[in-house]
Design a protein around this ligand. Structure first.
Ligand code: EPZ
Length: 417
């Protein structure tokens, strides 16, 4: 397992190019299974979750090449409908292949993605929705088998605006007969990106970005070229790093429309954020102000994927802040690690109280999930002395060349494999 070694105290200055969005690239790559031909997906981040998704496409019989952000997928000869359980157990997001494999082969076998570091991560919304479209499921030990034919559109009410369930339903419904309406759908920008990709391939989908999405099934989708949106969570993570270390950074390709709540809350801590055609600038100014209370919510609320990084910023604020984690039931594993660095944070259930301290101290800390790891790096960049963040593999799942990007801005960080 690799580790990041950080010597804190350097302000970050300069320009960083924000990579393509992990959470948009993954469902789009899975959808290429529906397209019997060559699809080209640009601006894909070179991160382990994307590389694992490409491994799955190859196992399913696709020919795939990946270089300089461009993934070329030839799904003509795809001939497998089973996602190997050793991969699906390690990567929760592989559940997104379910809709695409049912749409292509009328069958799917995948391991139960199972819980992960931030919570139980059930898939009941996905299963219930697919059953309403005519899919039958059988469990066999730790894997699940979905099958049927002539899947039909249905009116689906989601109990919670689940991102993955919304995406999975859109993908299968795009090639199922009749109309599917998803009520209480997730509204994240990545859902809009998936709609745009599928429509460019010939699908008929409207309403992404709202709480109701209409999909009229078409016979088949055709090969397409598409460029993935930029990663709003990576951009927000860099904003937090400037907030804790000082300096001024231009986030090239960041899209402010996707980041309203992130921009609002980070501005509240005292940072100056300016929006431009091709990106966003963020500048630390004065001391970090506390933020009364932040509640994580489905989009357009404050994103849960920014909660740990924001906690690192608020641990250095002049005053007390509260964060309530409403989306995942155990997404506070970074609190213990931040406390090792001198942060004064207590929590009960889903509510954390962060009493700001004047500075953090370098320490040896353990990364237990992707965004928790990012929060420890954000804290380490400002801490006095050396911080060692172990289990870098979690961070490498979702951030492309993070150490190099930070070094190019003046941060003292290296990744030891
Ligand atoms: C996506 O996960 C993202 N992952 C997550 O990002 C993100 O945190 C999450 O959406 C919320 O925005 C990808 O897009 C690859 P959900 P997903 O279904 O789809 C419960 C990151 O750091 N639920 O919206 O799995 C679930 O347990 C990752 O980049 C059910 O109960 O999230 C959770 O409490 C972490 N039953 C809540 O809904 C279901 O069938 C939201 O989950 C599905 C979900």
């Amino acid at each position: 397992m690799g580790r990041f070694i950080i010597n804190g105290g350097n302000a970050l200055n300069g320009e960083v190019s924000i990579s393509g969005s992990k959470n948009s690239a993954l469902p789009i790559l899975a959808s290429t299974i529906l397209i019997k031909g060559v699809s080209v997906i640009e601006n894909c981040p070179n991160i382990s979750d994307v590389n694992k998704t490409i491994d799955i496409l190859r196992i399913l019989g696709c020919k795939v090449s990946f270089s300089n952000g461009k993934v070329v997928v030839d799904s003509k000869n795809a001939n497998m409908f089973e996602v190997p359980s050793d991969i699906s157990e390690k990567m929760r997001s592989s559940i997104i292949f379910m809709g695409a494999l049912l749409g292509r082969f009328n069958e799917v076998i995948t391991g139960y993605p199972g819980g992960c570091e931030i919570g139980e991560r059930p898939i009941d919304f996905h299963i219930k929705a697919f059953e309403e479209m005519g899919v039958k499921f059988e469990n066999s030990g730790c894997s699940i088998y979905g099958f049927g034919k002539n899947f039909k559109g249905a009116n689906i009410n989601l109990d919670f605006p689940s991102v993955g369930a919304t995406e999975n339903i859109m993908i299968l419904a795009s090639v199922s007969e009749g109309q599917t309406v998803i009520y209480n759908s997730a509204r994240e920008p990545e859902i809009i990106d998936l709609q745009n990709f599928l429509n460019k391939a010939g699908a008929d989908i409207k309403g992404a970005g709202t709480d109701t999405i209409y999909i009229n099934g078409v016979k088949e989708l055709k090969p397409v070229e598409y460029s993935v949106m930029s990663d709003r969570i990576e951009a927000g993570t860099f904003m937090c790093a400037v907030a804790t270390t000082g300096g001024e950074v231009f986030l090239k390709n960041a899209n402010a429309t996707d980041m309203r709540q992130i921009i609002l809350r980070i501005s509240e801590t005292g940072c100056i954020i300016k929006e431009y055609e091709n990106g966003i600038s963020v500048k630390k100014s004065g001391f970090i102000k506390p933020v009364n209370i932040i509640r994580t919510e489905p989009f357009p609320g404050f994103p849960t994927d920014m909660q740990p990084q924001m906690m690192s910023v608020l641990s250095l604020a002049r005053g007390t802040s509260i964060i309530v984690e409403n989306v995942f039931e155990s997404r506070f594993k970074h609190i213990l690690e931040l406390s090792k660095m001198g942060a004064d944070i207590s929590f009960e259930g889903r509510t954390a109280v962060i009493k700001g301290v004047s500075s953090l101290n370098g320490s040896c800390v353990v990364c237990r999930d992707l965004r928790g790891g990012a929060s420890l790096i954000v804290a380490g960049l400002s801490a006095k002395g050396e911080t060692c963040v172990q289990n870098s593999v979690y961070v490498e799942r979702g951030y492309e060349n993070l150490d190099m990007k930070i070094r190019n801005l003046g941060g003292d960080i290296k990744l030891l494999k």
